[in-house]
Design a protein around this ligand. Sequence first.
Ligand code: GSH
Length: 232
Amino acid sequence: MSEYTLYSYYRSSCSARLRIALNLKGIKYDLVPVNLLKDEQLSESHRALNPSATVPLLIVRGGGSGADDDDQQTGVKIGQSIAALEFLEETHQQGPALLPPASDARGRAVVRSLAQIIAADTQPPTNLRIMRRVRAMGGSAEEWNKELMTEGLRAYEAVAREHAGKFSFGDTLTIADACLMPAVWNAERFGVDVKGLFPTVAKIAAVLEEEPAVKAAHYFRQPDTPDNLRIE
Ligand SMILES: N[C@@H](CCC(=O)N[C@@H](CS)C(=O)NCC(=O)O)C(=O)O
């Protein structure tokens, strides 16, 4: 058993954030697939591990967790992707940095703001559980998502335009990019014209898609990706 276990769904943008970060930091992990379409996230056993009934869930056992001996068997359970991204950054400072240095408080605030535009403002109202409620009220969940994802990326574009280099904040891939990439995959899936509307985002996404850590984290290259969607 690895020190790290990631509960993940292949098409979950929040899970993809962590897959990108784990790959970038070169951290080996076991993956436990949780099929959201079969409501496995709602099972008693999953809720016992992650009361939010969502993926990702990162369990860290042993040295990297900072856990004491008693905790080493059960591990530290992190059921929020941004907390997990920051945990990985704090415990793996020797790997590529996913945040500007602590001495650059302004830079860190910009990167965290970008990450939250996706993680706090854009993903939650477009989540599966919300789409189901929109449909139950007779609405089009697809139109709902397209509009909200467009609004989210509009905000991201405006902030990133001031700070982007190769990536969202300068030339180093940060937690903001780990959030952005799967948000772009989702937006394209729901028909948002990312290239036409958001040139900065599109330029960053094109660079991100060539990163090996991002490629390996792609929805269609996961152990639980259905065969008909799998890509090389
Ligand atoms: N704030 C949480 C959100 C997690 C989340 O909503 N995950 C989605 C997949 S991206 C999920 O598990 N959805 C299941 C559902 O809506 O029932 C995080 O960042 O980890």
